[in-house]
Design a protein around this ligand. Structure first.
Ligand code: ZN
Length: 237
């Protein structure tokens, strides 16, 4: 028999595959035993191999991911979520390590976000938070959103009180915390908020809007009268 012939090689391959399938458990057990005995040797070998062929592995993995497409991402996400739920301490430790080693970078990025793209977002959010704190309500009790605040800023361009300066600050028509106890307490709702200039806002503070307008000699703005009527029908004041 010619052991180098193609037919023989094919025959041998088939036979060996059959044999392996028959003795799968035995083989698995053996390989497991071998791995347990030579753990470090095997690990070192695989590590060295990975170091040598890391680029190859990367390319192959990328191809595999591309081939599976969405299936892979959903599968990976599920797996990752399960792993995270299982090892919360590890994740905490990892975050801590990352924060310590990238502290300056994180600080820089936060500053950039605050001054750049997220500037208005952060500002509005912090303003809203402050108002909620003063009104003593939580986010869940609050009907106003940062989106509402943004629309208010876009609708008011000139201060309705003095009608000269630019409207740059939020104003609660009925103040949130009036010093005068007999006056009703204003609420942090859409109907109670307008935009005015900073000097009018500073001057008015927590006074009654109509009284303050008379004091200043300004005509009471139509918007204020309208809003007061609306709030009265709502039963807020
Ligand atoms: Zn003004």
């Amino acid at each position: 028999m010619n052991y180098q012939s193609k037919e023989y090689r094919q025959y041998h391959r088939k036979w060996s595959m059959k044999w392996r399938a028959k003795h799968r458990e035995k083989l698995n057990k053996k390989s497991r035993e071998y791995y347990a005995q030579n753990k470090e040797k095997k690990r070192a070998y695989s590590r060295a191999w990975y170091k040598k062929n890391s680029k190859k592995v990367c390319i192959r993995a990328k191809k595999y991911r591309k081939k599976l497409g969405k299936k892979y991402t959903t599968h990976f996400r599920i797996w990752m979520r399960a792993w995270r739920a299982k090892h919360p301490e590890k994740i905490k430790e990892y975050h801590k390590k990352y924060y310590d080693s990238h502290y300056n970078k994180i600080l820089k990025m936060n500053r950039k976000y605050k001054n750049g793209v997220g500037h208005n977002k952060v500002k509005l959010w912090s303003i809203d938070y402050n108002y909620r704190r003063r009104a003593n309500i939580s986010k869940n009790e609050c009907s106003i959103t940062t989106k509402d605040l943004r629309t208010i800023t876009l609708t008011f361009k000139i201060c309705p009180y003095c009608q000269i300066r630019k409207a740059t600050t939020f104003e609660h028509i009925i103040p949130l915390l009036p010093r005068n106890i007999s006056m009703p307490r204003g609420q942090h709702i859409k109907e109670n908020i307008i935009r005015v200039c900073s000097s009018c806002n500073f001057s008015k503070q927590d006074k009654d809007p109509i009284k303050w307008c008379k004091e200043k000699g300004y005509p009471v703005p139509e918007i204020v009268i309208e809003r007061l009527k609306i709030m009265k029908t709502m039963g807020v004041t």
